[in-house]
Design a protein around this ligand. Structure first.
Ligand SMILES: C[S@@+](CC[C@H](N)C(=O)[O-])C[C@H]1O[C@@H](n2cnc3c(N)ncnc32)[C@H](O)[C@@H]1O
Length: 258
């Protein structure tokens, strides 16, 4: 079990990865792949600017793909902060995740696409507590805590914001800054979902649900097994808005045993 007594430094977990494999805390900025980095009016400028300042062919390609993406374009039209909003909407439509009055924790929330959807759907009687290592512009109905979730004070701030309110849904869309090297990226990603699961176990009410983005690779099967130990049912989801080439899938764990 993760230890809970550290005031700073990476939180300990050892269920999936041994201590020696624990990834370093990464404070660099994150390329989420989902953020709506620019408005339509800045589209041209963003691409041109990138090239003018010597962006590589691959980043110019990334920008083109991003701006041509239909979910990015929809998010501009619909006023969502990221294309990730459509993943959550799709998951919600299938699995009825969000209901008025619910208390929801949103981990890896910036720039706020999921939080927007959650706040709309839980309504004024609901509570959304969001957290990210990056800054996030304020959103009505969302309490935001900025900080590295691998650090104990951030966990404590989330727990303090919750008070004794039972949680209905913990969601994690956290993703580390991908280097492209599976041996580095996968342990970092698994570490974040391990910590998210730890928070879910500590805060969910019996019967509650946990939704996490998990990357297929080393540690995935062990994590799935762990989820099955704490929840009555676990299903895998790959929303249409999730890029087919991405190894990400969403695990939805239901009926927390408490
Ligand atoms: C795919 S993005 C989330 C998109 C978001 N769900 C949305 O709808 O706009 C992944 C997020 O995970 C965050 N993240 C990665 N590592 C983190 C950490 N150690 N602590 C907190 N947030 C982290 C990144 O900053 C990034 O904003």
């Amino acid at each position: 079990m993760p230890s809970r007594d550290r005031r700073s430094g990476p939180r300990r977990i050892s269920r999936v990865f041994p201590e020696s494999a624990r990834p370093p805390v990464c404070h660099s900025r994150f390329i989420t792949g989902d953020a709506v980095a620019s408005s339509p009016s800045s589209r041209k400028g963003a691409g041109q600017g990138a090239r003018k300042h010597g962006a590589s062919k691959s980043s110019a390609g990334w920008l083109k793909e991003h701006f041509d993406d239909r979910y990015v374009q929809r998010s501009w039209q619909d006023g969502y902060r990221s294309r990730a909003s459509y993943k959550l909407m799709e998951l919600d439509e299938k699995d009825r995740l969000l209901r008025p009055g619910m208390t929801v924790i949103d981990l890896g929330a910036a720039p706020g696409g999921w939080s927007q959807v959650a706040a709309e759907r839980v309504g004024p009687k609901g509570v959304v507590i969001a957290s990210d290592i990056l800054e996030m512009d304020a959103l009505a109905g969302v309490a935001f805590i900025q900080g590295d979730f691998t650090e104990e004070p951030v966990l404590e701030a989330i727990l303090a914001a919750l008070g004794d309110r039972p949680v209905d849904l913990v969601m994690s869309d956290m993703a580390p800054n991908m280097s492209g090297m599976a041996a580095i990226d996968q342990p970092q990603a698994m570490y974040l979902v391990e910590l998210a699961l730890d928070l879910a176990r500590r805060t969910l009410s019996p019967g509650g649900r946990f939704l996490a983005k998990v990357f297929q690779g080393e540690g995935f099967d062990a994590y799935l097994k762990e989820l099955r130990g704490s929840f009555g049912r676990v299903v895998t989801r790959k929303p249409e808005a999730s890029r087919a080439r991405s190894r990400e899938v969403y695990l939805l764990a239901e009926n927390f045993r408490g």
